[in-house]
Design a protein around this ligand. Structure first.
Ligand code: PMP
Length: 364
């Protein structure tokens, strides 16, 4: 039976599910994971922490994940405490909870595209109207245009992504400040998605610095990228304590399993080793940018662990297939003429660059 024959909500009929291909290939460079697995000491500690947590799995976990939130507050610093933090199964669940509380039928959210496609998808899945704002040709956000869009549409939620996915573009604090001010004036919440913040180039400011003056600002982060814990599914946010109180209205009881909480807390004890991989990833990112530019491809400067680039001749589907033929899976996000590649280890990155060069010779 086709699912559309079932009595699903009418507003879901036009949607297509999130579908980054999960293909078993030697070089998976398509979902912006950290190419380095957790270090052996962490793996050993995880086994112990999970064993301990397993002895009390007959009991529900701490509903409020208090200890984990405290550890996350310590990691973020910025004067934040447990009351400012919230955690869930990946930042996607955090985003969904935000939309469940502040969006919904009769409400709207705006994002500036191209950006992370799940902002729109989660908005639509929660019956929140989606407004597509635009970025400039170089993928930066023009503050004045963003402010005008907020004034015109009066959304309930404004999404900013910095560094942005799929372009890697980080946002100036002045732009975020202008957007937050405009949002405050129309009573909207602002979500700054900083999933890739740890990869930003030195000096890139975090929106966390704006939290003290802006009770409607929410900054989301994840352990899926720099922390190399995508499989554990842990995302979190920092905001005014009132925001977290509001999220309690929609979170499912015991949403974050005892095993997840134990794994996340254990990983946070190894922050130094985990974040020790960030510089190596950034070096490969910078290498990709430099090599693609040397090949004459249009390439977008990146503050994330991936690179967005233009395809000669504009047929990104053909080039994506050719590169896949070499065992290298990168990402076609559906933007004509553009592809995105995640920075891998040195050898993975070499495999991508070799595959690209050979594929370009064939496509042309
Ligand atoms: N935000 C952005 C900008 C992302 O790119 C991603 C993952 N691709 C997420 C949030 C969600 O990550 P997770 O649910 O694994 O925390």
């Amino acid at each position: 039976m086709d699912y559309r024959d079932l009595p699903i909500r009418d507003d879901l009929r036009e949607l297509t599910p999130y579908g980054a291909p999960q293909i078993d290939v030697p070089y998976p460079l398509n979902t912006n994971e950290n190419p380095y697995g957790p270090p052996p000491e962490l793996v050993a500690d995880l086994a112990q922490a999970i064993t301990e947590a397993a002895t009390t799995l007959n009991r529900y976990p701490d509903r409020d994940a208090t200890d984990l939130r405290k550890d996350l507050a310590d990691y973020l610093d910025h004067g934040l405490t447990v009351e400012n933090l919230w955690a869930a199964n990946g930042s996607n669940e955090v985003l969904q909870q935000i939309l469940q509380v502040f969006g919904g039928p009769g409400r709207s959210a705006i994002g500036f595209e191209p950006s992370y496609s799940m902002h729109r998808l989660i908005a639509l899945a929660t019956a929140t109207e989606w407004i597509s704002g635009l970025r400039e040709g170089d993928y930066t956000l023009d503050a004045a245009k963003a402010v005008r869009a907020i004034e015109r549409h009066q959304p309930n939620i404004v999404f900013l992504t910095s560094p942005n996915n799929p372009t890697g573009t980080a946002m100036e604090l002045d732009v975020i400040r202008a957007v937050v001010k405009a949002a405050d004036e129309v009573g909207a919440m602002v979500v700054v998605d900083e999933a890739y913040f740890e990869f930003a180039r030195p000096g890139t400011p975090s929106a966390l610095t704006l939290l003290p003056e802006h009770p409607r600002l929410i900054v989301t982060r994840t352990m899926s990228k720099a922390f190399a814990m995508a499989g554990a599914r842990v995302g979190y946010l920092a905001a005014d304590p009132a925001v977290i109180d509001a999220l309690l209205l929609v979170r499912l009881p015991y949403h974050l399993s005892a095993l997840t909480q134990a794994a996340a807390r254990t990983a946070l004890k190894h922050v130094k080793a985990l974040l020790g991989t960030v510089d190596a990833v950034k070096a490969q990112r910078d290498r990709i940018v430099a090599e693609l530019a040397a090949l004459g491809l249009p390439v977008v400067p990146s503050d994330a662990n991936f690179v967005f680039f233009g395809v000669p001749g504009g047929d990104q589907k053909a080039l994506w297939h050719k590169i896949l033929g070499h065992g290298v899976l990168i990402r076609d996000v559906g933007i004509p003429g553009m592809l995105r590649v995640t920075a891998g280890t040195e050898s993975e990155t070499t495999a991508f660059l070799d595959a690209l060069k050979e594929s370009l010779a064939v496509v042309d």
